[in-house]
Every structure is written in C-alpha cells, then in structure tokens.
Design a protein around this ligand. Structure first.
Ligand SMILES: Nc1ncnc2c1ncn2[C@@H]1O[C@H](COP(=O)(O)OP(=O)(O)OP(=O)(O)O)[C@@H](O)[C@H]1O
Ligand SMILES: [Mg+2]
Length: 720
C-alpha cells in the first residue's frame, strides 16, 4: 500500500485547523480499523452506561490478518525516498502546456528550495535526464481548490481558521538533455520529461558548472540564491568583443556596474578606455567611501580598492573634474585633425551641400599644396600611405585645421575678387607665402562661386579653430601605445566640454585611433607569423572602450545626420572581434539608440527600465530572455540587472556586486540628459542654427554660453 502524502497534507483542511475531532475518529488506525482502546470506549458509550454489550469487539484475528496482508503487500506505507535534493514532481500536460517548459509541483516544505532561476534536474521516468531552470514561480496553490475560489477568499478575509493547506508550483524551462544520464553533456532535448518524474535541485557548484557561470570576472549573485555567483570568462571573445550594452534608467546602477567591470578587466590585463561625460569616474583610483557600498562589499566579503594604472585625460584648455587625483596621472590631450575623415568633418559641422562641395574642393587644394611644399609627404618619406589612404576613414596625414582654414579663406577672397585680403594663419603657409599664393591662384581657377557659401564655410572652420583643441602646441594627441598597454585604464574626462558635438569629435577620433592601433598591431603579429600568439591573445592586449551617454553619440537622429560616423563605428564593431577590441554602450535613454546601434550589441546588462515601449523594442532586438524576466525589469532595485551575456546558458537576474572603487558625486550637476537633451526632444537646436551665430546665448538656454562649447571654457563655466 503506497501513499503519496500523509493525512495532514492529503486532507482538504489542515489537520491542526480542524475543530476538535471526536476521540474515536481521531484515534482510528491508518488502515481504517479503530485502535484497541478506541473500540473499548465505543463499546462503553454504545452500551448506554453499563448495560449489555450491543456492539461486539472486532475479533483479534481480523487485525492479525490485516497486518499479515499489509506485510505481504510491502509493509507499512512510507514516503518514497527519492534521494538527496528531491523537491517535487513533474505534472501532467494540459492544453495550455508549452513546448520547452514543464510544470513541477512540490510539497509545501520544498517551496523554499526552488526560488526563481533555480536550476533543476528532472530524472524522467523514461530514464532520460533533463536540466531546466525555474522561469516562473514558485507559486503557492491551495490543495484541492482554486486559489481564487470564493471560499478561499472569504476565509482569508475573515481569518485563517478554514484556510486549506497548500503546495508549490513552478514552471521550469528546459535547458537540454544530459547525454547518457545525470552529469552528461548537455544537448538540445528531443523529448519532454514524462509526468510524475522526480525533480531535484542542484548544488551551487553544479549550478555554476551547468549554467556555465564560471570565469574570472564576477558580476554578482544570482537573485534568489545565497551562493550562486554569476561569473564570466575574461577571455570570451564573443562576449567582450561582440559588444555590450549597459542600459537602464537613471539611478539603476549602470555606473556602479561599469566601475566594477573596469576594476576587474584591469586586473585581467585589459586596456580600458572610459568616455566619461560627467567626470564621474575620475576618482576610481581611490577605494569607495560610500557607506552603502562599504556595507554591501562587506556582505560579499570584498575589500574596497581603487583601480590601478589610471590616467585621466582631458582636452587641452578644458578642466578635469579631479585635477589632483591620489594615484592617477592627469594628462591633457589635443585632437589631431589629420585623423578626421573630410566627410566626417562635413557631417560634424552640419555643412549644407553647397558648403560640402566647397569644403571638399578646398581639401583637395590643401593636399596639393602640402605635397608641393613637401610638408606631407616630406622629402624622402616613404609615401606608400598615400596609395592606401581611405578618406572615408581618415584625413590626410600632416594636414592641420589651420591649413584648410587658410585655403578656404583664400578661396573665399579669390571668388570675391578681394585677393588683397588673403592672409595665412598657418606658420607653414606664412613662411612660404610667396610660393603658396601663385599656386593657390592657379588651383582656385574654376572654383564654384557664391561668396556667401564660402563665407559661411569659413565661419564654421573659424569657430572650430577657436576651440583650440586641434593640434595644440601645449598638448600631445592621444598616445595609443601608452593608452593601450596591458592593464592601463584611461578616463577620458569630457565633463568640461559642455558640448555633445565636441564629445563626438573626441569619441570619433578616439575610436578611429584605437582601431588603427589594434589593426596595425594585429597585422604586425600576423606578419611575424605569430598567429598562435594572436589567438591566445598573448601578443594582443584586449581593449574595452566604454561609452557613457551613448545615446548622445549615436542617437537615431545623429546616425541619420552622420552616416559616415556611424559607418566607422559599425566597421570597428565588425572588426573588433578579431582585433580584441570591444565596445560598451552605456545609456539611460536606450529609446534613443536606433536599431542599427542595438544591432551591434550582442550582450546586455539591463538595469531597471520602466518604459513599456522601450521594453518591447528591446525584446525585439534581444533574443533569449524569458517573458518572466522581462516582466521584472520595471521593478528592479538599484544594482539589480538582467544579465544576458554570450556563453551563459540562460539570462540571469543578478544582484550586481557593489563597486570597490570611488565614484565622484556628480549630484551638483544636473543629470546629463538635462544638460544635453537629445536632439529629438527639440530642446537643442541643430548646430547650424546656433553654434555658428555670434549670439550671447542659446535660445532656450538663457544661462548657457553658446552651446557646442565653441566659446572659451571660462565663458562656459561662468555662465553655468
Ligand atoms: N550593485 C550595487 N550594489 C549596491 N548599490 C547599488 C548598486 N548599484 C547601484 N547602487 C545604488 O544605486 C545608486 C545609483 O547607482 P549608479 O550611480 O550606478 O546609477 P546609474 O544608473 O549610473 O545612474 P545615472 O543614470 O544617473 O548615471 C548608487 O549610488 C547606489 O546607492
Ligand atoms: Mg551613471
């Protein structure tokens, strides 16, 4: 005689909650026969107070026979021992059942053993072994009655006296079948577990192995588990070099996640570059002092620690948010005009078609002049690079902004027939003006006319020149060999530029420079026939470029306005994997990232996102995340995130580890989204409508200096 549950669990009402039972009933034996004492009392009671016995005692032989029969049938009922880790059983399918998921029911006592995301093993009664993960539940359902039935609701409202007992139910998504049984290799399943198959929870070690949560980089604890640490390998190309999106609303925990990652990637030998639009990361060389972080670190038995080998780069003439870091080095840098594709310059300066035509003509004339004056290529220089020059990617080597400005200005004077106004800013042209002038005149023959277009173009270049961020004598351009050394961390502090456009110039040049450096390094290694070394990344330093406020750099609007910029980013993203160059896009406004950009991202860490439209868009572009996880996204607490990284068998809800390093408080600044509203919000006018006019302030921004920072930095600061 086998029985699944004991009486207290099998009954509709819990045993303790029943009104006091009649003693005789309460003492009935399991097989239905009254116990000996009980029989006697019945006899006494029925006797009516001491008369003749009306009910005879059961003959003792009957009990003996019953006991014999029971023994014969296998002895007294005992709960089946399914072994350690057993939690429940699979249920029959219903018309509502879905492929790849099975329903598992559990006794009340086991509900706590299968939290959300718990990995389980199902030992199907057909001897197949499956692994799965809890994607919905655990739910507590009343035994034998619907949880929303009126009687349950009514009794709940009025107290718990008649509340039924309950059991647990979870929905398990199948991850695969273990080949050859328990512990075997996981392969896609061809069948489903049969009903009434026992289900087991895995140990933490087994979970980490099965879920492929092993590696050097620790992200945090899987939510719902005490010990399950979500780890990923530092050398997984498909993760780090097929690009990462860290998305979530303000305060969701993105910067904490980023700084924690930087600290770990640094220790793994990555060169990390962080585009820091608010100067928030300029203190990561120090250990955190934040009380919450310290408490959270202690809970995870981790120590506060600053990041090593940090250099803070800031644009020449602009300040850094942390001029005196404790351990980091501060270095000003300038941009290098020769790095910028002429087409990118046209886009960045939002030139009209007429201006573009004139700019490209002037660009060609400048090239000819540089060649004729032997400024570039220099006399005796190997000029092979000229043959390989791809002007969609980069500018002309040796060309400075003042060179092309001088040419545009001269052309403007020539078409105006005001030759006497020609003057040169560039020391190169000034020194050789006797040679330059006649050459210019002959090259300028047949130029398009329309002096206003030339003037407008000249004005735009003048303003760019006034920024004094190109080819500055007081600073060097970014030195990639230094920046991309093993374990180097570069914080590109753009907090004082006050202009998304300048930031974009920096980011565009930086990405190009990093890509070129990795490309050349990779080619050199290949030439040296160190293919094996390249594969093992011994020779190539892995690089991670993290772009905060990515929606500013690559908003839908900007991608449309600046196709060359986007093409460059897309090319870098495509080639990144082979060259160990990864991009991370961080944004609190993922709705502004166009599909093209989302399409570059194969890995995501999603902090809290409340906007239903954004969630449904992300759902379309990010596969593999279960509906149950998506529904939790709007309610995540700071620091919690859905982590869907390549190589993980399943996306996970993770309590991201607190950061060991110090983030600079930027509370005194308005959030970046307010300081730099996205173009589409209509608050910021297109560059051509304000940046190039000599106006004291920007429409809609009465307290700000001419935006784009095309004013001096001091002016911008004073007006803040
Ligand atoms: N992993 C974490 N562990 C503990 N607390 C966290 C964690 N992440 C974030 N927090 C808490 O949330 C706060 C905000 O986090 P953080 O600055 O990283 O958010 P953010 O997404 O970068 O915000 P913003 O979009 O404004 O830059 C932190 O100051 C901290 O108190
Ligand atoms: Mg942040």
């Amino acid at each position: 005689m086998k029985k699944q549950h004991d009486d207290s669990h099998n009954s509709l009402w819990s045993f303790e909650e029943l009104p006091p039972a009649r003693p005789a009933q309460a003492q009935r034996h399991r097989n239905g026969a009254p116990a000996e004492g009980a029989t006697k009392r019945i006899e006494e009671k029925e006797d009516g107070g001491g008369g003749e016995e009306t009910i005879k005692s059961f003959p003792r032989e009957v009990f003996a026979r019953l006991a014999e029969d029971a023994e014969h049938a296998g002895g007294e009922w005992q709960e089946q021992d399914y072994g350690p880790g057993y939690v429940g059983q699979t249920l029959f399918d219903t018309p509502a059942s879905e492929d790849n998921t099975v329903t598992v029911v559990l006794p009340r006592a086991n509900i706590g053993k299968v939290p959300a995301q718990a990995p389980v093993r199902i030992q199907s009664t057909d001897k197949r072994s499956y692994l799965g993960i809890v994607v919905r539940g655990p739910f507590a359902e009343p035994d034998g009655i619907r949880g929303d039935s009126p009687i349950v609701i009514t009794t709940s409202v009025h107290g718990t006296v008649f509340l039924p007992d309950y059991h647990g139910r979870v929905q398990v998504q199948l991850l695969g079948e273990e080949l050859g049984g328990k512990g075997g290799q996981l392969v896609p399943q061809r069948f489903r577990p049969l009903p009434k198959s026992p289900v087991y929870v895995l140990t933490s070690e087994e979970m980490a192995r099965v879920l492929k949560l092993e590696g050097e980089i620790e992200l945090g604890l899987a939510i719902g588990h005490e010990e399950l640490v979500v780890r990923v390998p530092a050398r997984r190309k498909s993760l780090w070099f097929r690009h990462l999106g860290i998305l979530g609303t303000t305060g969701g925990g993105k910067s904490t996640t980023v700084s924690g990652l930087v600290s770990q990637l640094q220790r793994q030998g990555f060169a990390t570059i962080l585009i820091d639009t608010e100067g928030e990361y300029t203190t990561i060389d120090e250990p955190t002092e934040d009380e919450t972080m310290l408490a959270a670190l202690q809970r995870r038995q981790k120590e506060p620690a600053g990041v090593e080998q940090v250099t803070i780069y800031h644009l020449v003439g602009r300040r850094t948010a942390n001029p005196k870091p404790k351990h980091a080095t501060v270095q000003p840098f300038c941009l290098s005009f020769e790095q910028l594709s002429p087409y990118l310059v046209c886009e960045l300066l939002e030139m009209t078609e007429a201006q573009q035509e004139r700019y490209l003509r002037a660009y060609d004339i400048t090239k000819q002049l540089l060649q004729q004056l032997k400024i570039s290529p220099r006399a005796g220089e190997d000029a092979n690079w000229l043959l390989e020059l791809d002007e969609l990617e980069e500018g002309y080597r040796g060309m400075r902004l003042e060179h092309i400005y001088d040419v545009v200005r001269a052309c403007s004077s020539l078409v105006e027939k005001a030759e006497e106004n020609i003057e040169f800013t560039s020391p190169d042209f000034k020194a050789a003006s006797q040679t330059v002038l006649p050459k210019l005149k002959s090259a300028a023959r047949g130029l398009p006319g329309a002096p206003p277009s030339w003037k407008a173009l000249q004005g735009k270049l003048r303003r760019l020149l006034n920024l004094r961020i190109f080819d500055h004598h007081k600073a060097q351009p970014l030195q990639y060999d230094q920046m991309l050394g093993r374990g180097q961390v570069a914080i590109i502090d753009l907090s004082d530029t006050d202009s998304p456009q300048i930031n974009n110039l920096v980011i565009a040049e930086l990405l190009r420079g990093v890509h070129r450096y990795q490309d050349e390094h990779y080619a050199r290694l290949e030439q040296q026939q160190e293919r094996q070394a390249v594969k093992d990344s011994e020779g190539l330093v892995p690089v991670m470029v993290i772009i905060e406020e990515a929606h500013e750099f690559l908003s839908a609007e900007r991608v449309r306005q600046m196709p060359t910029l986007f093409q460059q980013v897309a090319r870098i993203a495509r080639r990144g994997r082979k060259r160990w160059l990864g991009l991370s896009f961080v944004t609190q406004l993922p709705q502004h990232l166009p599909d093209e950009v989302l399409g570059l991202i194969n890995n995501v860490i999603l902090h809290k996102i409340t906007d239903a439209n954004v969630i449904s868009r992300l759902k379309r572009s990010i596969g593999g995340i279960d509906e149950g996880l998506w529904t939790r996204l709007p309610n995540l607490a700071p620091g919690q995130a859905i982590v869907a990284l390549d190589g993980m068998i399943q996306p996970f809800l993770v309590a991201i580890d607190p950061t060991p390093c110090k983030l600079r408080m930027v509370d005194e600044l308005a959030p970046a989204s307010e300081r730099f509203p996205p173009l589409s919000s209509g608050k910021v006018l297109p560059i051509s409508r304000w940046a190039w006019k000599d106006q004291g302030c920007v429409p809609g921004y009465p307290h700000r200096a001419p935006a784009l920072g095309f004013s001096s930095s001091t002016e911008a600061r004073e007006s803040r």
